[in-house]
Ligand binder design. Structure first.
Ligand SMILES: Nc1ncnc2c1ncn2[C@@H]1O[C@H](COP(=O)(O)OP(=O)(O)O)[C@@H](O)[C@H]1O
Ligand SMILES: [Mg+2]
Length: 241
């Protein structure tokens, strides 16, 4: 995945041809994780396609650059293709066509869709009905030829509940990573957990993490707290076992 520590939590990483959903609230580091996934691919001679729907291309490139990932340079070398889908611009079929063309152009082994919420919003109203079906076709076509996909989705959930099925597309994805905020000591902190993997076991730990200029840094298991998924945890009594 390119995020140190995450592969271990996912039972050794994802599998080729899987669709991995990264779900979390705004600012929780979904784009950061997606950029790391693409950068890791380049290290292993696996070209990538990044499909963006929210940020404009220059802003997205800047964000990646701040993480030390030079997408522009990679794109010049034919290793990465960026597809920017402008709001209300395209039909789902046109969008899918643009993605497939980019995949073919660089021979992509990894694709990022950042974010599915953005894709849904970018579609003209007439196409929203077919969204799930079209996405199903896209994921099937790509994963069927061994392309591994990371999809991000924005979850806007009640502060005190955790959605384990964060989006209707959850059932189309093989692996699901959830990112979440919680409050402790007057600070907004983040944790992540793996809720599903296909064909292998995974950790069920809640792990603290930070978003840094080196990307996501997965920290330790939140064993000193209870009620982290309520977002307002309590520190465990040190005597508790
Ligand atoms: N290069 C960086 N250095 C330090 N923090 C960063 C960097 N890039 C992003 N962040 C922080 O990480 C947060 C999440 O970024 P992002 O991955 O864009 O989240 P999301 O895509 O989930 O909205 C931002 O609010 C920002 O504070
Ligand atoms: Mg983002």
């Amino acid at each position: 995945m390119g995020v140190p520590g995450l592969d271990e939590l996912m039972g050794g990483g994802t599998l080729r041809g899987n669709a991995v959903l990264i779900a979390g609230p705004v600012g929780s580091g979904k784009t950061t994780a997606a950029v790391q996934f693409i950068a890791e691919g380049i290290k292993h001679q696996e070209p990538g396609v990044v499909v963006i729907f929210e940020e404009t291309t220059p802003k997205y490139l800047d964000q990646a650059k701040a993480l030390g990932v030079h997408l522009e340079e990679m794109s010049r070398q034919g290793l990465v293709e960026i597809v920017y889908v402008r709001p209300l611009d395209l039909s789902m079929d046109e969008t899918l066509y643009a993605i497939q063309a980019a995949v073919d152009k660089v021979g992509a082994k990894r694709v990022v869709l950042d974010s599915i919420s953005g894709l849904e919003a970018a579609l003209a109203p007439a196409f929203k009905e077919d969204f799930l079906e079209s996405l199903y076709r896209l994921l099937g076509a790509l994963t069927g030829v061994g392309v591994t996909i990371v999809l991000t989705v924005e979850v806007s959930e009640a502060y005190n509940e955790m959605q384990f099925t964060p989006h209707p597309i959850s059932f189309l994805t093989h692996d699901i990573v959830l990112q979440r905020y919680f409050e402790i000591d007057g600070e907004l902190r983040t944790f992540l957990t793996v809720v599903k993997t296909r064909a292998r076991g995974h950790s069920r730990e809640l792990r603290a993490y930070d978003v840094t200029s080196n990307g996501i840094v997965v920290g330790k298991r939140l064993s000193e707290f209870t009620g982290v998924i309520t977002a307002v945890p309590h520190r465990r009594d040190p005597g508790d076992k």
